[in-house]
Write a new protein. Structure first.
Length: 127
């Protein structure tokens, strides 16, 4: 089944790395990229995303604020906060909003585990 993934990161290089890993795992998925929170929210208004990968450190609104906004507008979205900031407080706040935490640099293995669980839940919700 094909799902729609949103990648939000102010770093073009990080978006490219995430996209490459995602394509290796799920080449048939639709992928949309945003470089900041405002752009991501505008894209989310145009179409619902099944999964989102959101960077924590971005100019303007940080990834936790964006993740909370995305989850509030689409509670069934599977969301992961991606960050090199591994502080316990950040991880706890991420989990409190119902998102997963993935460490940077993002590996194909960690992304694969997150996406596999998202697919399992998405598929079972459609059954």
């Amino acid at each position: 089944m094909t799902y729609k993934l949103l990648i939000v990161d102010d770093s073009k290089l990080a978006r490219m790395a995430a996209a490459k890993a995602m394509r290796a795992l799920y080449p048939d998925w639709d992928r949309v990229e945003a470089s900041n929170a405002d752009e991501a929210l505008a894209l989310a208004k145009d179409g619902a995303f099944d999964v989102a990968l959101v960077d924590f450190n971005m100019p303007g609104r940080d990834g936790l604020q964006l993740a909370a906004d995305l989850k509030s507008s689409n509670p069934s979205m599977h969301l992961a906060l991606v960050s090199a900031n591994h502080q316990a407080e950040i991880i706890a706040r991420t989990k409190a909003i119902g998102a997963a935490f993935l460490a940077k640099p993002l590996s194909e293995q960690s992304l694969g585990e997150f996406l596999k669980e998202a697919v399992r839940q998405l598929d079972s919700a459609k059954s």
